[in-house]
Design a protein around this ligand. Structure first.
Ligand SMILES: *[C@@H]1O[C@H](CO)[C@@H](O)[C@H](O)[C@H]1NC(C)=O
Ligand SMILES: *[C@@H]1O[C@H](CO)[C@@H](O)[C@H](O)[C@H]1NC(C)=O
Ligand SMILES: *[C@@H]1O[C@H](CO)[C@@H](O)[C@H](O)[C@H]1NC(C)=O
Ligand SMILES: *[C@@H]1O[C@H](CO)[C@@H](O)[C@H](O)[C@H]1NC(C)=O
Ligand SMILES: *[C@@H]1O[C@H](CO)[C@@H](O)[C@H](O)[C@H]1NC(C)=O
Ligand SMILES: *[C@@H]1O[C@H](CO)[C@@H](O)[C@H](O)[C@H]1NC(C)=O
Ligand SMILES: CC(=O)N[C@H]1CO[C@H](CO)[C@@H](O)[C@@H]1O
Length: 886
């Protein structure tokens, strides 16, 4: 009996150990691809210099850092494990005194993993970019050196079949990054550089197992009329004998209702590669659209290769049926079309996190905020991120303009004299080779994503002819079907691609609202609303108090209003024009009056931010179909790498404020707007399908609430265009600021857009002749100071409905009622939790609103996390109040 128990126990032990081993295998089936899940990390100043020795299983790394994630830069890793804390690093100017010299030596990442290699199995180590370069060792052998594995986007696949054993050790030594010498990810003048310059495994390293036949990346070439796809991939025989390969494509239609299976047999000689192709025309194709125009149906495709009925490799991709084309029109402006419809690009410029941490949940919130504001495109200037970004954009219907970044090594061309570096490091053979690997890797990663709008192979400058050819060949060989744009500017272009049709003439700093409506568009009118502005804005994006307190001292906050010209650490870098708020503050002090307190400054800043970005959006939207058309604009910027005082549409803590709500009004799909220069009312229709008769009511009141004018117009709208409806009545004889309220209604009198302006008797007078690349100065400012001498008003507030949504968020309906005969100017509503902290993310139907005398307005707020307890309400001429939500 005892003997039997012994055997049972032994068998159980063996089975248990086998199961445990199987679980620990990094990959175990053909077709498996897995990221190296975690790393040991150490500075080379603390490790043995014998890397080959360290790269053997069993080396002692117990004293190293242990980082439980598959990817992180050096700073990202150290932050993740709590060696540093970003709230602390980013507080005030703490980062300035950080010891960055620890990153002037290489660092070492190391991981041990188990495999069960057998004859006929093949293993590949795949890199997706290592900053700035890496020496890769496996089991004591050098797999690739830093001359080859170089550049932040260079992906390579290394065949490690002959090196793998059961217990393996992988070691990667990463080398310090210089933005001047390496094709890295930088931030130019946007913010201080991270102390490690982004060095390290910012993307994962993956391991793949196959049988004797492997599959290369899967491309999907699509068309919408008819709806069809061609799937393509390279099949490779890894063995030295001939094989009959069975290739199977499985295509699942959106929603999984229909599956199509197609088989092919491909004979391959020893070591031979061949491109396989599958065509499918769909009977009932489901077209993918950007969010504002329709649904985002996604197909999925799986390709598998088998030999003798044994699966050898498999690849999978989602794709969507949509086309993008572009042309440079007679005015030298690029116009994009999606599925054959001219598409006005309304977007924002992205920045990665300072430490290149990518959180899909955070990016999804950013993308949802963009769509909530009515934006349709995100521009990635060199910060091309992780594959999940594109998956989220596909799912939500946000277009993506990816591309390479300005300046630094990327644009180190002899004809780029503006390059502000001491020793220009022009490209050599190795740089061209890196550029090739870089472009191949990104093109293959991006090819299938329906959210892709274009790839910009240059930003401020176009690449030289040799680099252009490398980029274009890599894109074309990767089955790229979308526009390739040579630069985001008009400074020059490579012969191979011709003109870019994108302008980059600023502004980047504050300009008044009428700037965008300048009536004589021409090259010397700089950024005004015509053509395609690849990066432009009035430099706004001031965080509110709840956010400022998280990263500034009281003294830092006082600098904002007491020292209006001071250089500030949380603006752009200290060598940049945008290091201080001088131009912005000059506008604020002159137009709205010198601030009396920090609170007063912040209110005025939000008013300035709101009107500045609203005007930019409305000018571009209303110029979409007449004259020198406005074909697109990318607001500079969308988000920042860290808590910043400018250049965003919401702050680092995802708190929406003036820029957010100014965008949200200005970028409405159906909208009515005021043109500051022609003093007319414009009707905007950015939809493809909303139709029917419309009316526009235009009312003007003075600061006391007395009616100046009131008219209603029947509006004829024309598809996908903007048109002028009427002059705003009553503006001819005004002597002080007035309010204009524009309301657009459909035939059922439902309000489609409500939009309130404050307008001084004269517009700000621009001094166009003194323009620089970053702004146009104002010769005479408008006077809005009387807005702060209005009679006090009172508002009644109530919450009428509170409802928990299925996703855990809460929606509350807040009613504001003006009980006075004067308007209530600029009411800011802020949802806070029980501790008085701002709740973010949060979506408001509208906010930062101005109420007409006796007007009652219903607003909806959706609090994503369900933590909002109170809404705090503040207005320029009414007492602050708080409203309990539940
Ligand atoms: C970061 O890059 C800059 C130049 O772009 C260089 O001066 C600096 O030394 C680099 N820092 C590190 C830690 O390598
Ligand atoms: C698929 O379609 C393309 C374009 O219509 C054609 O050139 C190609 O020969 C087709 N391939 C197959 C395998 O039918
Ligand atoms: C670029 O890389 C591809 C793929 O590795 C290679 O086939 C091609 O020869 C390279 N081109 C240049 C110009 O280096
Ligand atoms: C600008 O910032 C750099 C990097 O933090 C610092 O070394 C330098 O001293 C600063 N220069 C000025 C003028 O503040
Ligand atoms: C807006 O434009 C679309 C086509 O682009 C058209 O179908 C629709 O009727 C227009 N809506 C209005 C209200 O004019
Ligand atoms: C200005 O006021 C005068 C006198 O009331 C009136 O005749 C004229 O139409 C007004 N002008 C405008 C543009 O409203
Ligand atoms: C108290 C008061 O005057 N309320 C008025 C506010 O405005 C609405 C809409 O115009 C009126 O219906 C209320 O009587």
């Amino acid at each position: 009996m005892a003997r039997r128990l012994f055997w049972l126990a032994l068998v159980a032990d063996i089975l248990g150990r086998q199961a445990a081993t199987a679980q620990r295998l990094l990959v175990s089936e053909n077709g498996d691809t897995t990221p190296i899940p975690h790393w040991d990390l150490q500075s080379s100043s603390e490790t043995s210099e014998d890397l080959a020795f360290l790269a053997q299983a069993g080396a002692d790394t117990s004293s190293w850092h242990h980082v439980p994630v598959s990817k992180c830069t050096l700073m990202g890793c150290l932050l993740h494990i709590g060696v540093y804390d970003d709230d602390e690093l980013w507080f005030s100017n703490n980062l300035e005194s950080f010891d960055w010299r620890q990153f002037t030596v290489p660092w070492v990442y190391r991981h041990e993993f188990s495999l069960a290699p057998e004859a006929g199995q093949h293993y590949f180590l795949q890199t997706h970019g290592i900053t700035s370069r890496g020496d890769i060792y496996l089991n004591g052998e050098l797999v690739a050196d830093r001359e080859f594995q170089s550049g932040s986007y260079s992906g390579h696949e290394y065949d490690i079949t002959s090196l793998v054993v059961e217990e393996n050790a992988l070691l990667i030594q990463v080398h310090p990054t210089s933005y001047y010498h390496d094709l890295a990810l930088g931030f130019i003048d946007w913010n201080p550089s991270p102390p490690d310059n982004g060095t390290g495994l910012w993307r994962p390293v993956t391991l793949k197992q196959t049988g004797g036949v492997s599959l290369g990346p899967l491309s999907a070439l699509v068309s919408v009329n008819p709806g069809s796809v061609t799937l393509r991939a390279t099949v490779r025989n890894l063995e030295d004998e001939e094989v009959e390969v069975s290739v199977r494509a499985v295509i699942s239609e959106p929603g999984g209702f229909a599956r199509h299976i197609v088989d092919q047999t491909v004979p391959l000689g020893p070591g031979e590669s061949q491109v396989v192709e599958f065509n499918k025309t769909f009977e009932d194709p489901k077209t993918w659209w950007p969010k504002q125009w329709g649904e985002q149906p996604l197909y999925s495709a799986t390709l598998s290769v088998s030999v003798d009925d044994i699966l050898s490799d498999t690849v999978q991709q989602k794709f969507g049926l949509r086309t993008v084309t572009s042309k440079v029109d007679k005015d030298d402006d690029i116009v994009f079309s999606i599925n054959g419809r001219p598409f006005q690009v309304i977007g924002g410029g992205y920045s990665a996190d300072m430490f290149l941490r990518f959180d899909p949940e955070r990016f999804e919130a950013i993308a949802k905020y963009m769509l909530d504001m009515g934006l349709n495109t995100i521009r990635l200037e060199g910060n091309n991120e992780q594959p999940e970004l594109y998956e989220i954009a596909d799912r939500l219907g946000l277009m993506v303009m990816a591309g390479w970044e300005c300046c630094n090594k990327w644009e180190s061309w002899e004809y780029n004299r503006e390059l502000a570096i001491d020793t220009p490091d022009y490209w050599d053979e190795r740089d061209y080779a890196d550029a090739n690997a870089t472009m191949y890797h990104e093109a293959q990663m991006l090819q299938t994503h329906p959210s892709m709008l274009a790839f910009l192979i240059g930003s401020d400058f176009w690449p030289d002819d040799r680099a252009t050819k490398i980029y274009v060949d890599a894109l074309r060989h990767s089955n790229w079907q979308l526009p390739i744009v040579p630069a985001a500017s008009k400074r020059g272009y490579p012969e191979l691609l011709g003109r870019s049709g994108m302008k980059m003439n600023g502004p980047y700093d504050w300009v008044p609202p009428n700037y965008w409506y300048d009536t004589e568009p021409s090259e010397d009118r700089l950024g005004a609303a015509f053509g395609f502005g690849s990066e432009l804005g009035a430099g706004v994006g001031t965080p509110e108090m709840g956010s400022l307190k998280k990263f500034l001292t009281d003294e830092d906050m006082d600098d904002l209003w007491l020292r209006p010209n001071k250089g500030l650490y949380h603006m752009s870098t200290n060598v940049s024009q945008f290091y201080n708020r001088r131009i912005y503050n000059e506008g604020l002090f002159n137009r709205y009056g010198p601030p009396k307190s920090l609170e007063d400054y912040l209110r005025k800043a939000q008013i300035m931010d709101y009107e500045a970005i609203r005007a930019e959006h409305e000018a571009f939207a209303s110029r979409w179909s007449t004259g020198r058309i406005a074909t697109g604009m990318i607001y500079w910027m969308l988000v920042n790498a860290w808590p910043s005082l400018h250049w965003n549409q919401f702050d680092h803590y995802l708190h929406p404020a003036g820029t957010y709500f100014g965008s949200k009004v200005g970028a409405r799909i159906e909208h009515v707007s005021y043109n500051y220069v022609d003093r007319g009312v414009w009707l905007i229709n950015r939809s493809l399908d909303r139709s029917g008769p419309r009316t526009v009511t235009v009312e003007v009141v003075d600061l006391h609430g007395n009616e100046v004018a009131s008219e209603t117009y029947a509006a004829e709208t024309v598809p996908n265009v903007a048109s002028r409806v009427a002059d705003v009545p009553g503006l001819g004889n005004t002597t002080d600021v007035v309010f204009i309220r524009l309301v657009l209604r459909d035939s059922e009198s439902e309000i489609l857009s409500r939009n309130v302006y404050w307008i001084a008797p004269s517009v700000d007078q621009l001094d166009w002749g003194s323009s620089t690349w970053y702004y146009t100065p104002v010769a005479r400012f408008s006077d809005y100071s009387s807005l702060f001498d209005m009679q006090p008003a009172s508002i009644e507030t109530a919450v009428t409905v509170s409802k928990e949504e299925g996703d855990g968020s809460w929606t509350h309906t807040v009613v504001l009622e003006n009980t006075s005969t004067v308007p209530v100017f600029f009411i800011r509503l802020n949802a806070i939790d029980e501790d008085g902290q701002d709740v973010n993310p949060v979506t408001w139907s509208d906010n930062y609103v101005t109420l007409w005398p006796k007007e009652k307005l219903e607003l909806r707020v959706n609090d994503w996390g369900g933590d909002a307890a109170v809404v705090h309400i503040d207005a320029a001429n009414a007492p602050s109040t708080s409203l309990a939500l539940r």
